[in-house]
Ligand binder design. Structure first.
Ligand SMILES: Nc1ncnc2c1ncn2[C@@H]1O[C@H](COP(=O)(O)OP(=O)(O)O)[C@@H](O)[C@H]1O
Ligand SMILES: [Mg+2]
Length: 357
């Protein structure tokens, strides 16, 4: 049996269905991330694992035990909330050490562990201060330190890096990943930040309005999104989604035609008519004699890479390139799409499966 298991779990708050018949399992040692926009049910899912909520329907298992009605204190999970609470009358050191102090762990070991996590989260100079005397981002790291100093069945982390500025966020992210490799403790992580999910996770569950849209490795989610929601949520910039029409072996994009026999032949079911075509910005190349023509709308240089937005009739296509180019808004340019990377989605937004290759 998996380490953490959700078996058809539904959680309703009066008329709001926060979690809708969700099933998934997390293997021991995994870094499993719940990813989705605000309000999609991530925190509720995590709180159901922690025992802070009881399912309306369904069952929750941890370490082979049905814990559906077991109180939080008996689940041996360490949780960091979105709204972490520190003990105001204790110093940062005492706050971090607290879970070990109550378990009467040896003082010297406590000291070592506090210093190790504090150093890596860059709060070691704050150990003698009180929560009121440090910033919000620092408080968040103290809360994180207090959780990761323990050795629970699982760490449940709800947007633990959300209050940190960009640079620190990326450093703390690397530390979390390193720590996970070192300790091997199961992590269930919640974020709305797709880059964070991609960087950290062994698997990601993409959620939308209480439902899981797809579960997979970061690569599976990135390369083979199950639907347009997942496709449009992952990647920066996300996948281009264009309204096109399939006519025989051709794709009609606005008033331009693209020959795609390889693509059409690989489709499981015959498609005719309107579909959505997905292509990632890095799979579009600017070329003098490109098969498509578009007008440059805006150019955004980001240092290492450049994002070029191109207008094709009434639709926009983003191109991600690492080459310096002499291109300005208003220029008409040619574009080539990497055929291997084109995905098609049906009228409901579900990816039209390709035949196994
Ligand atoms: N205690 C509660 N009472 C009523 N509605 C709630 C409660 N907790 C969450 N919800 C609702 O459930 C939905 C999912 O919330 P939540 O799990 O916090 O989403 P997320 O963490 O993805 O932003 C939202 O519509 C939210 O308003
Ligand atoms: Mg939340």
């Amino acid at each position: 049996m998996a380490w953490i298991e959700f078996d058809h779990v539904t959680k309703r708050f009066e008329e709001v269905v926060a979690v809708n018949d969700v099933s998934f399992s997390v293997e021991k040692g995994e870094f499993f991330t719940l990813l989705g926009p605000s309000g999609c049910g991530k925190s509720t899912t995590l709180r159901l694992i922690a025992g802070l909520e009881i399912p309306t329907e369904g069952r929750v298992f941890i370490a082979g035990k049905d814990v559906t009605f077991i109180p939080p204190g008996q689940r041996n999970v360490a949780m960091v909330f979105q709204n972490y609470a520190l003990y105001p009358h204790m110093t940062v050191y005492q706050n971090i050490a607290y879970p070990l102090t109550v378990r009467k762990v040896d003082r010297k070991e406590i000291d070592q562990r506090v210093k190790y996590v504090a150093e890596n989260l860059q709060i070691h100079s704050l150990l003698q201060r009180y929560p009121m005397e440090i910033s919000g981002g620092q408080q968040q790291r103290v809360a994180l330190a207090r959780a990761i100093i323990q050795t629970p069945n699982a760490f449940l982390l709800d947007e633990p890096l959300s209050n940190l500025d960009a640079k620190l966020r990326i450093e703390a992210r690397s530390f979390l990943k390193h720590l996970h490799m070192e300790l091997g403790t199961t992590v269930v992580y919640v974020t709305h930040d797709q880059a964070e999910a991609m960087a950290l996770s062994s698997r990601i569950a993409v959620m939308d309005s209480g439902n899981i849209r797809q579960i997979g490795t970061p690569k599976e989610i990135y390369d083979s999104p199950a639907d347009t929601f997942v496709a449009g949520f992952i990647g920066n910039p996300p996948m281009n989604l264009l309204e096109v029409e399939i006519i025989g072996y051709r794709v009609k994009l606005e008033d331009q035609l693209l020959e795609v026999p390889e693509l059409v032949e690989k489709l499981l079911k015959p498609v005719d008519g309107k579909v959505t075509m997905g292509i990632r910005p890095e799979h579009v190349k600017i070329a003098d004699r490109g098969e498509l023509k578009g007008t440059v709308y805006v150019v955004e240089p980001l240092g290492a890479e450049i994002i070029i937005t191109v207008k094709l009739g009434n639709q926009f296509l983003k191109v991600l390139t690492f080459e310096e180019m002499n291109i300005s808004p208003g220029d008409v340019i040619g574009l080539n799409l990497n055929r291997e990377k084109i995905l098609l989605f049906d009228e409901r937004g579900i990816r039209i499966e390709k035949r196994a290759e």
